[in-house]
Write a protein that binds this ligand. Structure first.
Ligand code: ADP
Ligand code: MG
Length: 240
C-alpha cells in the first residue's frame, strides 16, 4: 500500500473532516471531488504533514511532493533555478541539482525554457515548472490540490495527458483534488466524493479504462458514461 489513512478527523472552529479512511496502491490516481469548504485541501495538508489531524492516523512509506493551485514560482529565478530549489535547500552541489532540474524540466517538456524567468512563461508553462519542481525529489506520491483550475480548457486537457504519461513512465501515485469531473474521469482510477458537515466519504467510485489512456478516450461512450456517473454522484452530495 502506498498510503493508508484510518479515521482522520479534523476540527477548526467547526468539525471539518469526520472519520476519513481510505487506502491507495502504488502508481494509482485517486481523486477527491466535493463542494468547496469540504476539507479537501485540509486533508491533503494533513497527509503532507503541513497540518495535524485531531483523531486518526495514516501510514505511508511514500516520498511525497505537493503541487499547489498557484505555481508559486520565484520571479527573480529562472525556470531551472526554480525547479532546483528543493535540492538547493537540501544542499545538493550545484552541478548535481542543475542536472536533475534539467531532467525534471525535460519530463514536463520544458527543457528549452530552462533559462527563462516566470514572467516570460504562459500559465500552462508555469504550472509545468511547478510540476517539475515537485518531481525533482523523485516522489512516488504527488499531492495535487486543484493544480489546473486556473488554466484554460485546452491547456488543462494537454496537461492531464502529460500527467498520465508521467504516472505511467515513473509509476508515480497521485492524489488529486479537482472540481472538474472530466479531469477526474480522465485521470482517476478511483474517485472519492466528500460531502456533509463535517465531511465524510459519501461515494467511492472505481474508474477502469484500458490503459494507456489517451486523448481519444474523451470521445468514447465509456468516457461519457464515467462522466455521467460522477455527475450524478456529485448531484446527490450534501453541501459542506
Ligand atoms: N487554518 C485554518 N484555520 C481555520 N479554519 C480553516 C483553516 N483551514 C481551513 N479552514 C476551514 O476548514 C474548512 C475546509 O477548508 P478546505 O480544506 O480549504 O476546504 P476545500 O479545500 O474542500 O474547499 C473551511 O470551512 C475553511 O474555512
Ligand atoms: Mg481547497
Amino acid at each position: 500500500m502506498l498510503l493508508q489513512t484510518n479515521g482522520i478527523s479534523k476540527k477548526f472552529d467547526r468539525p471539518v473532516l469526520n472519520d476519513i479512511s481510505f487506502s491507495m496502491k502504488a502508481g494509482s490516481i485517486l481523486s477527491f471531488l466535493g463542494p468547496s469548504g469540504c476539507g479537501k485541501s485540509t486533508l491533503l495538508r494533513i497527509i503532507a504533514g503541513l497540518e495535524k489531524q485531531d483523531h486518526g492516523s495514516f501510514s505511508t512509506k511514500a516520498n511525497l511532493s505537493f503541487v499547489f493551485q498557484d505555481p508559486l514560482l520565484l520571479s527573480w529565478r529562472t525556470a531551472l533555478d526554480n525547479v532546483a530549489l528543493p535540492l538547493e535547500i537540501q544542499k545538493f552541489p550545484r552541478d548535481e541539482r542543475n542536472h536533475k532540474a534539467l531532467n525534471s524540466l525535460e519530463w514536463v517538456g520544458l527543457k528549452d525554457a530552462a533559462h527563462l524567468h516566470p514572467d516570460a512563461l504562459s500559465g500552462g508553462m508555469k504550472m509545468r515548472v511547478s510540476l517539475a519542481r515537485a518531481l525533482i525529489t523523485n516522489p512516488d506520491l504527488l499531492l495535487l490540490d486543484e493544480p489546473f483550475a486556473a488554466l484554460d480548457e485546452l491547456t488543462r486537457s494537454y496537461l492531464n495527458e502529460e500527467l498520465l504519461k508521467l504516472k505511467e513512465q515513473h509509476n508515480i501515485g497521485m492524489i488529486l483534488v479537482t472540481h472538474n469531473i472530466f479531469e477526474a474521469a480522465f485521470l482517476s482510477d478511483r474517485v472519492l466524493v466528500l460531502g456533509g458537515a463535517p465531511a465524510q466519504i459519501t461515494k467511492d467510485l472505481t474508474i477502469s479504462f484500458k490503459s494507456p489512456r489517451t486523448a481519444q478516450l474523451r470521445s468514447t461512450a465509456e468516457f461519457a458514461e464515467a462522466v455521467g456517473k460522477l455527475q450524478s454522484a456529485l448531484r446527490g452530495t450534501i453541501q459542506c
